[in-house]
Design a protein around this ligand. Structure first.
Ligand SMILES: [Zn+2]
Length: 140
């Protein structure tokens, strides 16, 4: 059985060294779909569920939505992105470092692994929509 919950967050980023307009600082409203696979729980308060939607929501909010929403996400290997982040942090504004370039693909993989490892969720697929017509899927 599979269940999916959808989330949304806004963030700013840039792709340093990109050969198009994505090299500029810009933002997106991302849509995130987290699919969980598992057998139905039998008995108790969660009888008949793969996972309680409320529990899934609180884990994804804590690990992904809260740190990413309205933040500048930057690639720690990029000197330019680090400089912007340092300026924002100096003003007490929200940033989040990433070890890889902040493409939808890299962010989806990061979220997929984080939710499986730290969230202890049996995520079978994760779809990250960067625009209403473009998404990346990470799956088992
Ligand atoms: Zn972008």
């Amino acid at each position: 059985m599979k269940i999916t919950k959808t989330f949304s967050f806004d963030m700013a980023h840039m792709l340093d060294n990109h050969d198009g307009k994505c090299k500029n600082l810009h933002g997106h409203t991302y849509k995130l779909e987290v699919e969980i696979s598992g057998d139905l729980i039998i008995g108790g308060a969660k009888d008949g569920m793969v996972i309680d939607f409320a529990d899934l929501k609180s884990i994804v909010k804590k690990l992904v939505v809260e740190p990413f929403d309205h933040a500048f996400i930057y690639h720690t290997e990029s000197g330019r992105e680090r400089q912007i982040a340092a300026m924002l942090e100096g003003w007490g504004l929200k940033t989040l470092p990433m070890a890889k370039r902040t493409t939808a693909e890299n962010m989806a993989q990061y979220m997929f692994e984080l939710l499986r490892r730290e969230g202890r969720l049996n995520v079978s697929a994760l779809r990250l929509w960067e625009t209403p017509t473009s998404y990346c899927e990470c799956s088992l």
